[in-house]
Design a protein around this ligand. Sequence first.
Ligand code: G6P
Length: 512
Amino acid sequence: MSTEEAAPRPNTPVGTYDLVVVSNRLPVDKVTRPDGSVEWRTSPGGLVTALEPVMKQADGAWVGWAGVADDESEPFEHDDISIVPVTLSAADIEEYYEGFSNDTLWPLYHDVIAPPTYHREWWESYVRVNQRFAEKAASVTATDGTVWVQDYQLQLVPKILRELRPDLTIGFFNHIPFPAYGIFSQLPWRAQIIEGLLGADLIGFQRAADAGNFTRAVRRLLSFTTKGTAIDVPIDEEISEAIEPARVSTSRRGSLVRTVHARHFPISIDTQSFEDLARRPDIQARAKEIRAGLGNPKVVMLGVDRLDYTKGIGHRLKAFGELLADGAVTVEDVTLVQVASPSRERVAAYQQLRDEVELTVGRINGDYSSISHTAISYLHQGYPREEMVALYLASDVMLVTALRDGMNLVAKEYVASRFDDDGVLVLSEFAGAADELKSALLVNPHDIDGLKESILEAIQMTKSERTKRMRALRKRVRDYDVSRWSTAFLSTLTDPSGTPSYVATKWGASDR
Ligand code: G6P
């Protein structure tokens, strides 16, 4: 048997792209202007920020949804990336995207901070839409090509894709946490999800703990043998002939198995591009203008999040409100800028969160703001990257208080922007970034007193301490940027035995 024998299923169309990324959202959103003309605009979100540079380098294609209902656009080129749109109807958006992805999986995978909703119709829609994404990816990928599937919205794609195209090498990366079995096991379709993911050759997670939770779920639900990062997936002989020989072996029990690897690859950002922006004189001038606009307070604190209940915005506001109430800080000295970009606005939990956050902001501002100084500048808007970097430069303290977060790229963006080695990062220990950014002030956001103490510590920190910490943080974010992340993932996907030391030694925590 040779690799040449691996072949697509008869009747499955084959494409031309050697590397295909599949994600729910395309890196561009389709925007229709009032005059009816169409514009493709780079879409927000950590995933896009992370993968854009990878795709620009590779001659690859990106399969995903354009962000609007019933869009039937043909594939096109945008900014050096080949874009292959997948159509979602209004019902798909409601059931697959807002429903199963963001009202079932999202809260479940974030440790049930909000209660997950289980609807059988949503699951059926998730299956149908995953099938559609897999078929589209199968049709554009070249023989023996590589497909890299992204995130929780598409966990069934690896298995479907493997059935359609056994010749492909398939990777999957989960950008959000993978919960402990006690939580994951709530899911009525838990076995199907695990089987879907096991269609991949390599399954990547943000933290070692996520990979461990997944491997335990595999053992509990399917009783497959696991050893370190390797999982033995039993296969029958017919299928084994289509798979690359290096990935097939005989288990101790004498049956044929395909080896799948599950391990962590902490995602990062395009660090240099943030530093380059921060060094631009016009952006530094804008940072000064922002501070002046805030009344030149001694300390500017900043929160930047999608308006999501996982981000701990309420906990942050509570701590700041109490510091004002205690008289530990005053609005003349300390102000908080909270950017909360609109997100998933048709999902009830997000609507409720918006009401709660805006009520709290209104109360704190009503109680403590003066005519000349506002306690909290609350901005329910998204901003271009230039403006974000100006905000990072303008802020003395960055507050990342997520209750659960796969990584949190905002923490890394702040650090990457602070080429002046100044600024203090207050970082939740429940964000994946805390595994790497150990020189931040690490906090448990549930402990409001502890959070208040850390905020005061950040405000009062000496310049030399700030510099020392920021230098250490910057070293980490510079050394491990997004291209290092994608290279590590893709090289491990190609050769699972080739680079384990990269993960085990360079990223701190070792594999199980
Ligand atoms: C998180 C998820 C991404 C998602 C992004 C924005 O970062 O991991 O998959 O694209 O949030 O959310 P949205 O629902 O607007 O795509």
